[in-house]
Design a protein around this ligand. Structure first.
Ligand code: GLN
Length: 457
């Protein structure tokens, strides 16, 4: 007979229990099985929703009522959320079953998941001799799906945190148009860049999940008021005549040769599906990383000021007065990378430096956006590599933060411009490591982007 949601959910919970990837920060068996039972009842009552009863992993950045919500940080080590993020609420309304909270870099800052207070995550594609990182910051989500500990997961992407781990773990990861998915209840990193999205094996699964996640929410001031749409509607459309732009800047010096070869072949593959390939230029893309590393820390320094030991989670044990309590709580509660971002951001926003850094970065952001407007006049989608290299070994990025920042050199421009983008499995290196093909589409063209992703073979 057909597998019930309770059986399916229990199977995944058992797998999570037995796995040693450290992909989850917490699970909640009772909540999961209660939701699964309710889904089975809805099924028995005739509900035909295709996602009804399907288990899913949630990045631990989403507040879920009654569940531990840590954001990968010691400062929220014991925080149980009193309400549920809109995106998760919508998924639950469709009958999806939350298995648990996926590991992540602290406050979503990082590209290897090694900044998590709860420890690193093993990439399921690691060889026996060497543990590779799953990417980050949504590293737990990616590892969970790749290791079949969950059929799908949510992630968030501020500068690449859905797409880079998807590339490292051979998954489809979609960062929707900024404002497509509500940020309500999603712990803020850089509010003008943060977007939630699905991490799945296939483009079809991503489209189904995005159907449940997307939609206007009055509780998020930057939520887009657009008509609901079915992102699966054009998956099977022909690609005959579409124009794929290939920005030459995405094949820069730092790009691994093998990755370049695989991406070239993937793009050629689209030619055989009827697409036209056009070399284009995004002349300001070299400004994306410096602009991002002013804007994101600036917004983070402001967002993270709410973690003061008074209202949320962790508070230092011993202190003399209020200011000492703040200082000790934040000193002990935040990890090194988070502190680095708070310091950079506070500096960039301070009087006397604001115009030189923050205002300047905003101007660069506009130039980067304008580059996309220009190329999308005669391209349907842009393609390139998602990352400059495949997954790297754990413990190798630690000393040099800027080397870690380079992971997102191709993904950050889409965040700055608010555009939808995706990483899809493109092929494997000689050593058997997955490589991701990066797609960037015009605003609100997720359905077309998923069509293009779905047609890849
Ligand atoms: N790796 C980038 C950073 O550390 C992007 C993170 C993200 O998208 N959340 O800021």
């Amino acid at each position: 007979g057909e597998l019930s949601s309770v059986e399916l959910t229990q199977t995944y919970l058992d797998r999570i229990e037995q796995s040693n990837h450290n992909a989850f920060i917490s699970t909640n068996t009772e909540l999961a099985l209660t939701a699964a039972k309710a889904a089975d009842q809805r099924r028995a009552d005739g509900d035909t929703n295709p996602l009804l009863g399907i288990p899913v992993a949630q990045k631990d950045i989403f507040c879920i009522e009654g569940m531990l919500t840590t954001c990968g940080s010691r400062i929220l080590e014991n925080f149980v959320a009193p309400y549920t993020a809109t995106v998760v609420e919508k998924m639950h309304a469709h009958g999806l079953v939350t298995l648990g909270k996926a590991n992540m870099d602290e406050f979503a800052m990082g590209s290897s998941n090694e900044n998590s207070f709860f420890g690193g995550v093993a990439n399921p594609w690691s060889a026996e001799e060497e543990t590779l990182v799953p990417g980050g910051s949504s590293g737990g989500s990616a590892a969970a799906v790749a290791a079949h500990l969950a059929p799908a997961a949510t992630g968030t992407d501020t500068g690449g945190s859905i797409r880079q781990p998807a590339a490292f773990c051979n998954l489809t990861g979609v960062k929707p148009t900024y404002g497509r998915c509500s940020r309500f209840g999603m712990i803020a990193f850089a509010s003008s860049l943060d977007q939630a999205g699905p991490m799945t094996h296939t483009a079809e699964d991503a489209a189904l999940l995005l159907n449940t996640m997307a939609g206007f929410d009055h509780r998020d001031a930057t939520s887009l008021e657009v008509e609901a749409e079915d992102f699966t509607r054009s998956l099977d459309d022909s690609l005959a005549g579409i124009v794929i732009g290939v920005p030459k800047e995405f094949f820069s010096d730092g790009l691994d040769n093998e990755v370049a070869t695989i991406i070239d072949a993937a793009i050629k593959q689209y030619q055989s599906l009827g697409a036209k390939i056009k070399e284009v230029s995004l002349p300001n893309s070299h400004l994306a990383l410096p602009s991002y590393y002013v804007i994101a820390p600036a917004e983070a320094s402001s967002n993270l000021s709410r973690f003061d030991g008074v209202r949320y989670g962790f508070r230092a044990d011993e202190y003399t007065d209020l200011v000492d309590m703040y200082t000790k709580t934040r000193t002990q509660g935040f990890g090194d990378e988070v502190k680095r971002r708070i310091m950079i951001g506070t500096y960039a926003l301070s009087s006397g430096y604001y115009d030189a850094y923050y205002a300047k970065a905003q101007k660069l952001r506009r130039l980067i956006s304008n580059d996309f407007v220009a190329v999308f006049k005669d391209c349907d989608v842009l393609m390139g590599p998602t990352t400059p290299s495949p997954a790297f070994a754990a413990g190798t990025g630690g000393e040099d933060p800027v080397a870690m920042y380079m992971n997102d050199i191709y993904t950050i421009p889409a965040n700055l411009a608010g555009l939808p983008a995706a990483s899809i499995p493109a092929g494997f290196t000689q050593a058997g490591l997955p490589v991701g093909l990066h797609l960037i589409a015009p605003a609100l063209q997720e359905a077309k982007m998923l069509n293009i992703a779905h047609q890849y073979q």
